[in-house]
Design a protein around this ligand. Structure first.
Ligand SMILES: CC(C)(COP(=O)(O)OP(=O)(O)OC[C@H]1O[C@@H](n2cnc3c(N)ncnc32)[C@H](O)[C@@H]1OP(=O)(O)O)[C@@H](O)C(=O)NCCC(=O)NCCS
Length: 182
């Protein structure tokens, strides 16, 4: 199902484009996500673990083009990928009506409404998608920007797995949230 590109305004007045990710975005997306990981303690992946090559990234992007219950969007500003969101639909029949959300953006663009633009676009698409009925995600309970955004967009809290993340000897709790889109 096609995603219609949309423009949106951030709180700093900048206009960004939200559009489907294309294969030719691989290098720019890789660069952006690497930076996002370096600049966030709320993405549960270390910089050393993020070892995707451009070829592997291309394959990952193309996997969204063939899965009818999946979507990968990017936010673009002045030719740079500043953020992204993915809905990864389940491949097993019994859970094909569900998709898990991942998202992130460059540090300079956080807390400016970009998350809302990306999530709104993805939710709108999911509501039109005949397969999808349930979106879900996991977030550090301390990630106030994330939790606040997801609540605002209608996600409900499903439960907390305590001490799920362990970083530099410190534990963090993991909150699961979900949204019905049927
Ligand atoms: C989490 C993330 C996706 C949220 O996107 P964002 O663009 O920063 O979020 P938005 O600006 O759209 O919304 C954030 C909301 O939190 C509110 N907020 C800001 N500080 C807050 C605080 N300390 N406590 C509670 N809410 C807060 C903002 O006011 C805003 O709500 P509003 O639009 O009603 O004013 C983004 O910050 C990000 O990529 N962070 C790093 C990676 C990450 O955490 N990814 C998500 C993993 S689940």
């Amino acid at each position: 199902m096609k995603f219609e590109p949309t423009y949106g305004k951030l709180k700093n007045g900048k206009t960004v484009l939200i559009r489907n990710c294309e294969i030719q975005d691989a290098a720019k997306l890789l660069k952006s996500v690497k930076q996002q990981i370096a600049d966030s303690i709320y993405i549960p992946k270390t910089e050393e673990e993020f070892t995707l090559t451009e070829e592997q990234e291309k394959k990952w992007i193309s996997s969204f083009m063939v899965a009818s219950n999946s979507l990968l969007l990017v936010a673009e500003y002045e030719d740079e990928i500043i953020g992204n969101i993915d809905l990864t639909g389940h491949t097993r029949k019994i859970m094909q009506h569900t998709a898990v959300i991942g998202m992130g953006m460059l540090l300079d663009y956080r807390n400016m409404g970009l998350g809302q633009l990306l999530l709104k676009g993805a939710i709108h698409w999911a509501k039109q998608n005949p397969q999808l009925e349930l979106l879900w995600l996991q977030v550090y309970t301390e990630n106030h920007l994330g939790v606040s955004l997801y609540k605002k967009m209608g996600f409900e809290e499903n439960g907390i797995l305590k001490n799920y993340f362990k970083q530099d000897g410190r534990y963090y709790d993991n909150l699961t949230m979900s949204l019905v889109v049927k």
